[in-house]
Design a protein around this ligand. Sequence first.
Ligand code: ADP
Ligand code: MG
Length: 375
Amino acid sequence: MYIKPGSMLGLLGGGQLGRMFAMAAQQMGYRVTVLDPAAESPAGSIAERHLQADYLNDQALDELGSTCAAVTIEFENVPAQALRYLARRCVVSPDAESVSIAQNRIREKQFLAENGFPVGPFTVVHDGQDLPRIDVSLFPGILKSSQSGYDGKGQMRIEHADILSEALTALGNKPCVLEKRLSLAHEISVVLARDNLDQITFFPVPENHHERGILDTSIIPATLSDEIVGKARAVARQVATRLNYVGILCVEFFVLGDGQILVNEIAPRPHNSGHYSLNACVTSQFEQQVRMLCGLPHGSTKLVQEAAVMTNILGDLWKNGEPDWNSILQHPQTKLHLYGKRAAKPGRKMGHFTVLADTVEEALQQTARIRQDLQ
Ligand code: ADP
Ligand code: MG
């Protein structure tokens, strides 16, 4: 039994990940209802229906539950309670439990540590009273707000213990995680799909470069040893199985100079570092999300070309007005994606482009040329 095309699928959240989910769902003949409090959103503007209401609005949740065959999320900051409520009415994946772990850095770190997954040195800071007992070996560190941070937001770099109190206040005196700042040799991410029979498929593993805490580029395939990539996949598989996870899961990893891998964080949804799959894989992470939600078979995640480089387009690019998209589109092996956001703000993800090539070197060179033209 699977959920048939033509059915209505519900989506909590209206951002670009939701927009790409909706496009994949619509391509397969499904219809989509988006629940998002904003009047205008990347997913809300293309879905068949947009319920403009809060995520805990009973009426909106009842409407979703009674009209949708299945519901998923496009960002982790939806109240897990909403998913629990919906699960009484229709198929919901991922489940409330997985989302509640992934949406809170304290629960996430504790889940990972308690289950023996490799994580870097950290401590939980509930409030100012915890400050005197913090181990000095965690400095220089990064203080991360436990809830609703993304793209490096809700984080502060801490050089010494004496500025911790100030930083905690700057982050709103909310519970935080303090992590030791590590010297990273590489960052990679494992995006996988898991169904309710524990069958798992992996997407090719990208190497990710961040600028100011925001993903800048993903390079596919990662030019790391098979051993490191294999270890990361094995850990990601165990995380998904431990959560009894159904859907698309991303596990972000830090790779240290000695080859050690540490889990940075997990995302219970498609991930920015998996956007390359829209053009570089037989099945994208969004189509796979639709397949998992609807109880359909996994699609092949094979690369259709040897190499790809995905680059995010941030609002900063609009500093002198609308960029000239010909800089990207004149290259026939390069694909442009824009998310339909009206206002370009610095640091805001407006779109991305993916260069396809026969080798990683070629894809990187082409990317560098495009970036120069876009300046
Ligand atoms: P977000 O939810 O914003 O993605 P992350 O915790 O993944 O937050 O941090 C964003 C980026 O900041 C990471 O991908 C990495 O480049 C850098 N970073 C985060 N934590 C650490 C750390 N403990 N040591 C070194 N770099 C870090
Ligand atoms: Mg991250």
